[in-house]
Ligand binder design. Structure first.
Ligand code: FES
Length: 111
């Protein structure tokens, strides 16, 4: 029988706590079980935004711009929407997105 505690692809994975998320409105988990994840929002949001913050251009880490509601790359100026789609180059492919939600005190994501 399969080990029930083993995590498999497609499982929800904790990347931080809801308290951490509420403090700054984002959590950057560089070594989460699903790889680098940037979660944006607060525990009050029904829909949290989560992406792999690794820029699809040359691999810098994008930053969330709360007022403009987009992700911006500090290296060459690429910009991505909350849906990960490219809004401005030089990047041409979208950021990978994750499903994200609050579960108890944890922020969890799923590829
Ligand atoms: Fe992000 Fe070049 S690495 S724009």
């Amino acid at each position: 029988a399969a080990c029930s505690s083993q995590t498999t692809a497609g499982d929800w994975q904790a990347v931080g706590t809801s308290a951490e998320l509420d403090k700054t409105g984002q959590i950057l988990a560089k070594n989460s079980p699903v790889g680098p994840v940037l979660v944006v929002g607060t525990s009050k949001n029904v829909n949290l935004t989560a992406v792999n913050p690794t820029c699809s251009h040359a691999g810098c880490t994008v930053a969330w711009q709360a007022e403009a509601k987009k992700f911006a790359c500090p290296c060459h100026g690429s910009e991505f929407g909350v849906d990960g789609k490219v809004q401005r180059g030089p990047a041409t492919t979208p950021l990978k997105t994750y499903a994200a939600k609050i579960e108890g005190d944890s922020v969890v994501v799923k590829p």
